[in-house]
Write a protein that binds this ligand. Structure first.
Ligand code: LLP
Length: 444
């Protein structure tokens, strides 16, 4: 069975009777008219479908917890949907904790993670009752123990470790290899445990946490990751006579951005993980642990598309043809940052045959602001609406106000209804945090 991460388009995408692309029962051309472009559009049914596919895929394993990696895209509405689906949240900042809390997430199901959490953020996590904290380094062990003590609490923690597994993804989004800024090296785990057992009375170590990378297409790396963690748990049991009960495997499952991408299904990943847990728990003589997973991209990526309006074009004599759209690297930095590939279609005439190869350029003042190189498209005219698929993950969440361009709105579509989930910025918002020192104020 295929799962929704294996398709370029959201599950509800189709061509309607006006020969326009429609998602969630909403005509994309009408959405562009109503809300303006650029516009992020999120399909609720795709999010819920994938969330349920995750739950079904792991349903044979009794002790499983799903946390959504908020960094992929977090707003209060997304928290509501995934909270309803039974997910907790993997959070990496005070901002993500605040969003989860104010949107009514079940904080006991949440995890606070990150390589340089501040005292204030740890304090906030402890006060708001975040269920687990993944401790990344020695400084944080001491800080968190102080915070826990001053709140009169004992905090359940995981130790974030680097399992030494390399996967074939972009270097910037690999995290599990040995030379990484994240987590304890396996050779430092004993020292951390000694400190917890001997000095840090307000910390209760329950398990290990790792994340091996993002946009992963191999399933074997998950088998290996589980093995490394269970072997380590067995070693810890032997040496310290404590048995850790949780493993958190991070996120990473890939999605299909372009035809050539062949990510595995959620079921294939789940089967690999469960098989590895059973085989390696037996092999290393430890109990089968509670498994936590933290998918981000594969939950939200496929549900999101971005709409742009085509503006100017330029044919370089004897060179390329550039077609510019009204957004670019500020609403989607992934092409310029990671050479990420995307698929685009013309929302107002998706049936037109591709007749030319063009470079789709953004509007920002940098030559590198190119969204797609060598896109095969029908001849594009000013006013055409382009639909970029798979922009749901790490698009809005990494967006900026570069060139002081306003961040676009995001709408959620479902059953032919569209609702704003993030307002478009206004020029007033844009300058709202600016301050002019008195001595520079213009005398009127
Ligand atoms: N858990 C941990 C500890 C992580 O560091 C990450 C992602 C995830 C879970 C979620 O991984 P996912 O399922 O989304 O692959 N900005 C990059 C991706 C950076 C991912 C960082 N960590 C991009 O746009 O490709």
């Amino acid at each position: 069975m295929t799962t929704a991460n294996q398709s370029i388009k959201p599950v509800t995408a189709k061509i309607n009777q006006d020969e326009h692309i429609e998602i969630g029962g909403c005509d994309l051309v009408s959405l562009a008219e109503k809300y303006g472009t650029p516009l992020y559009v999120f399909d609720e049914e795709t999010i819920r479908t994938i969330a349920r596919q995750y739950k079904t895929a792991f349903s044979s394993y009794p002790k499983i917890s799903m946390l959504y990696a908020s960094k992929a895209f977090m707003t209060k509405a997304i928290v509501r949907i995934l909270d309803e689906e039974g997910f907790g949240f993997d959070m990496v900042s005070g901002g993500e904790i605040y969003t989860a809390h104010t949107a009514g997430a079940d904080m006991k199901k949440c995890l606070f993670n990150g390589n340089n959490k501040s005292y204030d953020e740890l304090q906030m996590a402890v006060e708001l009752g975040v269920g687990l904290i993944s401790v990344d380094n020695f400084l944080e062990l001491a800080l968190l123990n102080n915070v826990a003590k001053s709140n009169n609490k004992t905090i359940d923690i995981l130790l974030r470790v680097t399992p030494g597994i390399e996967c074939h993804t972009h270097e910037y989004i690999q995290t599990g290899h040995l030379d990484s800024k994240f987590g304890f090296d396996l050779t430092q785990v004993d020292e951390a445990i000694e400190l917890i057992l001997e000095q840090y009375d307000n910390l209760n170590l329950v398990g290990l946490h790792a994340h091996i990378g993002s946009q992963i297409f191999e399933t074997s790396v998950y088998y290996d990751e589980v093995e490394v963690l269970l072997k380590e748990i067995s070693r810890i049991k032997e040496k310290f006579n404590i048995e850790l009960t949780h493993i958190n495997l991070g996120g990473g499952l890939g999605i299909k951005y372009v035809e050539e991408d062949c990510p595995p299904s959620i079921n294939e990943i789940a089967d690999k993980i469960i098989t590895s847990v059973k085989e390696n728990a037996a092999k290393y003589g430890v109990q089968e642990p509670e498994i936590h997973i933290e998918p981000g991209r594969s939950i939200i990526g496929t549900s999101g598309v971005t709409l742009y309006t085509v503006g100017s074009s330029k044919q370089v004599p004897k060179g390329k043809k550039y077609v510019a759209v009204d957004g670019g690297m500020a609403d989607n930095p992934r092409p310029s940052l990671y050479q990420a590939l995307y698929t685009a279609e013309v929302a107002n005439r998706p049936n037109d045959k591709a007749t030319e190869t063009v470079t789709i350029a953004g509007r920002f003042c940098e030559s590198g602001d190119i969204l797609i190189h060598n896109a095969k498209m029908p001849e594009l005219n000013e006013g055409d609406i382009l639909c970029f698929y798979n922009t749901g993950a790490y698009g809005y969440s990494m967006s900026s106000n570069y060139n002081r361009v306003l961040k676009p709105a995001a709408v959620l579509v479902n059953n032919s209804q569209s609702d704003i989930i993030i307002d478009k910025e206004s020029y007033e918002h844009l300058v709202s945090l600016d301050r002019i020192p008195d001595r520079l104020k213009k005398q009127l």
